[in-house]
Structures are given as structure tokens and as C-alpha cells.
Design a protein around this ligand. Structure first.
Ligand code: ACO
Length: 390
């Protein structure tokens, strides 16, 4: 008996639609990004991170894209602020992981956040929404505490009177946050909160689809985000800019990288064939930060010129591939402008994206079906159990 042939394998699942979602949409040809029904340009710089979290979580659960009323926003802020404090065991893990890279420390610490779940058996939507708020509230606390542990400093406990981005900067530096830096970080988190069926979001949905728990799904997503093909690029972008040093060296530097078979960080995308719309939004946020007296104007000016040179060289060396600027290029400049170091950039990305991951998990659970694709077997068959030399 012959079995029906399988459809052709799609390497990298390119072009495969894995879910219906209301959370975000990416049109890579048009350069359009919709987050919770709003164009990214409409939200960025206006809506706070917590407002966008509210929109995405409610869209996931009941399909409504309403911005929160002031009373709802105040209530959400208070609730999330009260959830920021970490259980003592997580602080112990952070100390033990003080020499680990920030993404590894974040993954280990998030994995332990199930320990003080007041009701781990509660699989209701309300229970999972509370977990979404807890995870989103605590990721910045973990990142700040780990950064301080690396510097030999004790953690600074969260404040309840500050919004998420401002509180993060307070916990990091232990002093009143600069309002311009808090605004730039808030814009960054609101901009990167979600982005279609990217690798980490898919990971989160796959784990959720097995009816595992939200902490496991977010822990897996952090692992997926860590790689340089996904969220690991902005640190190397800054290293690249610092390595180039001056604009007149940029062209030779880029040509040399390409000749060695290396990729230019901050350029190229699986979906976008035009400039990533987030690049513009974040370029503006970095510029505003510089105008407010922060950041490094010389570096920003150099980056804008390097961007043009890289695009021209890529067009010459990789004709027809449509490799354009991606979100990571200006992420590097925004995060650098608020005083963060390159090896913290991926975990900062996770602190924004956790809002989107948790929304996708809620959406998956609201209409779940186990995600279980097939594989095409190309290995040997019919081997006999005969071990050589026996
Ligand atoms: N520099 C040089 N060449 C590139 C780049 C780049 N940044 N990106 C793609 N290419 C080339 C490839 O070498 C390949 O060339 P070839 O046809 O001569 O072999 C061609 O473009 C197509 O590349 P693919 O690997 O098929 O593209 P894919 O969709 O898999 O890559 C990716 C997307 C991984 C993001 C890639 O562009 C890349 O590595 N960029 C650099 C790292 C980076 O910026 N990552 C952040 C991505 S944004 C995000 O996830 C948040």
C-alpha cells in the first residue's frame, strides 16, 4: 500500500501562515506594521507601553482594540507596579548568574517566576491575564537587578509611583530617572511590542498550544529571541559603528565584511523588502533624545551616513535581494542614547516583546489547537541491527 505524498518541505516555514491573529500585522512589501489595529507610526511616541499592553491583551481575549480609559490605565499601572517585586529565590538566581550574559540570566530568572504563582492550577483566562501582567511587570526588574549584580551593586527595589520605563531606569541607576530617557525607552518598548509571527512569538505559541504554562512559553521565547538572526543584532550594530570609527572608513569596512562572507548587522529581514517602519520611528526617538541633550550626536550623525553607504554597497554586492535597514539599526542608537551597553540590548528587546508574547499566548489559548506540523523523512530505512566489530 502506498501512502499519499507529503506536500513539499518549506525550509524556514517561509510563506506559511501558522495562525490567524488580531495582535499585529507586517506587510513586508509595503513597509506596513499594524499593532493592535493601529499603524506603528500612529502609536509610537503617543501611546505608552502599558496602554499598548492593554490593547493587545484585550484584543487577544475578547477581540476589542479599545485604548484604555484613564481609569483603566491607572488601574493597570497600579496592578503591574504592585507585581514588580521579585520573589527572593529569583534574586538568588540573579546573583548566582551575575557573570552570565544578560539574556541567559533573564531566561533562567523568568523560568523561576512560576514559583510564587498563587494558583498554578488556575487555567482560566483571568488567571493567564494575571500571569501576563506579572511577567511583563517583572522582566525589567530582573534585567535591572542583574545589571547591578554585574557591577557588584545590590538591587534597587521597584517604585510603584512610576510607569514601567521610568521605573526600570530608576532600578538600574538608583536615582530619579531622566524623563527624556524614560520617554525614549517607553517609545522603544511600545514599538517593538509585537511583530507578526516572528520566531520567538511562534515559539511561545507552540509551547502554549501544548497546554503548557505561560512561564514556560515566555522562557522558550526568550531563548528564541537571543540569536543574532532575531533579537541579538543591536549589540553588534553598535560594535560595528564603533569599529568603523569615521564615515570615510565605512565603505571599505562594509566591503571587507561582505568579502569575508559576513552579514551586516541591522540590515535585512525575512519579511521586509523595504525599510522597516520601526527604523524611522526609532531614528526619531534617538534624534529627540539627542536634542534633549542625551546620547551621542556625532555617533548618530555617523550612523545615518553609514546607513546610506551600507544600503548602496549591499545593492551593488547583493543585487535584487532588497536588503534594507531593519529595526535593530536604530534600536542600537536609542538604547545607547539612554546609557545602556550593547550586551544589554537583547534583554531590553525582550522587556518590550514580552507584552506581545503574552498576548499571543492568550490568543492561542482562547482558540487552541496543538501546533504540530509534519516532517519529510529523508533518512535511511530497513537497516538491520548489526554493530560493526561485534
Ligand atoms: N548582510 C549581508 N547580506 C545579507 C544580509 C545582511 N545583513 N541579510 C541578508 N543577506 C543576503 C544573504 O547573504 C543572501 O545572499 P545570497 O543570496 O547571496 O546567499 C540573501 O541576502 C538572502 O538572505 P537570507 O539568508 O535568505 O535571508 P533571511 O530572510 O534568512 O535573513 C536575516 C534574514 C537573518 C535577518 C538576515 O537579513 C540577517 O542575518 N541580517 C543581519 C542580522 C540582523 O540584522 N538581524 C536582526 C533581524 S530583525 C529582527 O529579528 C528583530
Amino acid at each position: 500500500m502506498t501512502t499519499a505524498p507529503l506536500p513539499a518541505t518549506v525550509k524556514g516555514l517561509e510563506g506559511i501562515v501558522a495562525a490567524d491573529t488580531r495582535i499585529s500585522h507586517v506587510d513586508g512589501e509595503a513597509g506596513e506594521l499594524i499593532i493592535g489595529g493601529y499603524a506603528v507610526e500612529e502609536l509610537a511616541g503617543r501611546a505608552t507601553f502599558e496602554e499598548v499592553c492593554h490593547v493587545l491583551w484585550h484584543l487577544a481575549m475578547d477581540g476589542k482594540a479599545d485604548l484604555p480609559t484613564q481609569a483603566q490605565l491607572d488601574a493597570l499601572r497600579q496592578e503591574m507596579a504592585a507585581l514588580r517585586t521579585l520573589p527572593p529565590l529569583v534574586l538568588t538566581i540573579i546573583k548566582a548568574a551575575k557573570d552570565a550574559p544578560p539574556m541567559d540570566a533573564l531566561r533562567m530568572s523568568v523560568a523561576a517566576l512560576s514559583l510564587d504563582d498563587p494558583n498554578p492550577k488556575d487555567e482560566s483566562m483571568a488567571g493567564n491575564l494575571r500571569r501576563a501582567k506579572t511577567l511583563t511587570a517583572r522582566v525589567p526588574t530582573i534585567i535591572a537587578a542583574h545589571d547591578r549584580a554585574r557591577r557588584g551593586l545590590d538591587p534597587v527595589g521597584p517604585r510603584t509611583d512610576l510607569p514601567s520605563a521610568a521605573n526600570f531606569l530608576y532600578m538600574l541607576h538608583g536615582k530619579e530617572p531622566d524623563p527624556h530617557a524614560a520617554r525614549a525607552l517607553d517609545t522603544y518598548w511600545a514599538t517593538v511590542i509585537d511583530h507578526g509571527m516572528n520566531a520567538s512569538t511562534f515559539t511561545a505559541r507552540v509551547i502554549a498550544s501544548t497546554q503548557s504554562d505561560m512561564v514556560s512559553a515566555v522562557t522558550g521565547a526568550i531563548g528564541a529571541l537571543k540569536g543574532p538572526a532575531h533579537g541579538g543584532a543591536p549589540g553588534p550594530v553598535l560594535d560595528m559603528l564603533l569599529g568603523i570609527q569615521t564615515v570615510d572608513r565605512a565603505e571599505q569596512w562594509v566591503r571587507n565584511e561582505l568579502a569575508q562572507g559576513r552579514r551586516i548587522m541591522g540590515f535585512g529581514h525575512r519579511v521586509y523588502r523595504v525599510r522597516d517602519p520601526r527604523a524611522e520611528v526609532l531614528s526619531r526617538a534617538a534624534r529627540e533624545m539627542i536634542e534633549a541633550g542625551g546620547g551621542d550626536k556625532a555617533l548618530y550623525d555617523m550612523a545615518t551616513q553609514v546607513e546610506r553607504i551600507v544600503l548602496r554597497v549591499l545593492e551593488e554586492e547583493k543585487p535584487g535581494r532588497q536588503i534594507k535597514t531593519n529595526v535593530e539599526f536604530y534600536t542600537a542608537l536609542v538604547l545607547q542614547s539612554i546609557g545602556l551597553r550593547p550586551d544589554q540590548f537583547s534583554s531590553m528587546f525582550a522587556a518590550g516583546r514580552v507584552g506581545g508574547w503574552t498576548a499571543h499566548i492568550l490568543e492561542q489559548l482562547a482558540n487552541n489547537r496543538l501546533i504540530r506540523p509534519l516532517s519529510a523523512y529523508v533518512g535511511p530505512r530497513g537497516l538491520k541491527y548489526v554493530v560493526k566489530g561485534r
